[in-house]
Design a protein around this ligand. Structure first.
Ligand SMILES: Nc1nc2c(c(=O)[nH]1)N[C@H]1C(S)=C(S)[C@@H](COP(=O)(O)O)O[C@H]1N2
Ligand SMILES: [Mo]
Length: 335
């Protein structure tokens, strides 16, 4: 979960974004240009580790890797206990996966993309041999945090136990020595400082589920306008840019609207090398007349599910609503 909301988030939740601004409101426009304008965001496709968003309910845990072990226990025929060096010796896989916090606001900062390296959870589980009574796989961190996923998901959905992030040893704040990376499910399911995997015969309720948050935790389709920033003045043709993320299913389309959501026009998507990562989009915009434009973005995943304009708060199963900004267009008349 995250601390409060940022200014970009506030501007969106205040609903200013989708208002059609009246033509002669010159004074209001001036005030907005002066006091609400924010710079564009430059979002690298792969987030450098130092810039990766960071969330936990207690502090960063310090794990002594010399004594640390990963235990696989519960409803299994053959419980396992692995040391750090044992894990590093096992066949490794690399996977690009975007993580996002369920407590992110519309267009918020709590989303980042990395290449993770580690071992497949299903390999370990197959070795441990879950018993027929097994239902859920609970993952426990060193901070008494836990969350669970269905056994079926743990066996079939590309779940990774990662010890490397973007080619570096997993940083302490991101869960050193080992964390779960569960494509398509919100951050809450991606347990850090992992030390115990417990196969249980019931529907496991983790730290946040006990407080009423979703157990399913499927990521909702989301998108964001990164450039220009809100309330900027644009002259002539401008390339609009941003990101879109479809969780488990990837992104099929990104569209933009300049008229409060009546008409939508497709943006160009830069193909991503992983179905579990966000995509970057861009659109060369040449407004035909001077004025204040509401610019909104909407994404559709590969199942054909589009983002809803229904504004939901984060509790209990994640934010929804469209990101929009206001752009002031000026005509580039000078030669
Ligand atoms: N052990 C542990 N794992 C945890 C958490 C936690 O508090 N403790 N927070 C979760 C939440 S809410 C999120 S959004 C992600 C954030 O991962 P990051 O800090 O690497 O971005 O970690 C998840 N894993
Ligand atoms: Mo989170």
């Amino acid at each position: 979960m995250s601390p409060g909301i940022d200014r970009r988030g506030f501007i969106k939740s205040a609903g200013i974004g989708l208002l059609a601004l009246p033509g002669p409101a010159q004074a209001a426009n001036l005030l907005m240009k002066r006091f609400l304008a924010l710079p564009a965001r430059h979002t690298p496709f792969i987030t450098p580790n130092e810039q990766f968003y960071n969330v936990q309910y207690a502090g960063h845990q310090k794990v002594d890797v010399a004594t640390w072990t990963l235990e696989i226990t519960g409803r299994v025929r053959r419980p396992l206990r692995l040391r750090y060096e044992d894990l590093l010796k096992r066949p490794a896989v690399e996977r690009m996966v975007t993580l996002t916090c369920i407590d992110n606001v519309v267009a918020g900062e709590l989303i980042s993309n990395a290449v993770w390296k580690g071992v497949n959870l299903n390999d370990l589980l197959e070795e441990a041999q879950p018993l027929p009574s097994a239902v859920d796989v609970a993952m426990h961190g060193a901070d008494a945090y836990s969350d669970g996923i269905p056994l079926d998901r743990a066996l079939h959905y590309d779940v990774l136990l990662a010890y490397q992030m973007n080619g570096e040893t997993l940083p302490q704040r991101n869960g050193f020595p080992l964390r779960a990376v569960v494509p398509g499910l919100y951050g809450i399911k991606n347990v850090k400082w992992l030390q115990k995997i417990e196969v249980v015969a019931y529907d496991y309720q983790g730290y946040w589920q006990q407080k009423g948050w979703t157990d399913d935790a499927a990521i909702k389709v989301t998108s964001r306008i990164d450039a220009p920033g809100p309330y900027n003045t644009l002259k002539g043709e401008t390339v609009l840019k941003g990101i879109a993320f479809g969780g488990y299913n990837g992104i099929r389309a990104v569209e933009l609207s300049f008229d409060g959501g009546r008409r939508w026009t497709p943006a160009r998507i830069e193909p991503a090398p992983s179905r579990y990562s966000w995509v970057k989009w861009n659109y060369a915009w040449k407004p035909s007349a001077e004025g204040a434009y509401p610019v909104a973005v909407r994404a559709t995943n590969k199942l054909g599910e589009s983002q809803t304009d229904f504004v939901a708060r984060a509790f209990p199963d994640g934010t929804s609503g469209l990101h929009s900004i206001v752009a002031f267009a000026e005509m580039a008349t000078q030669p």
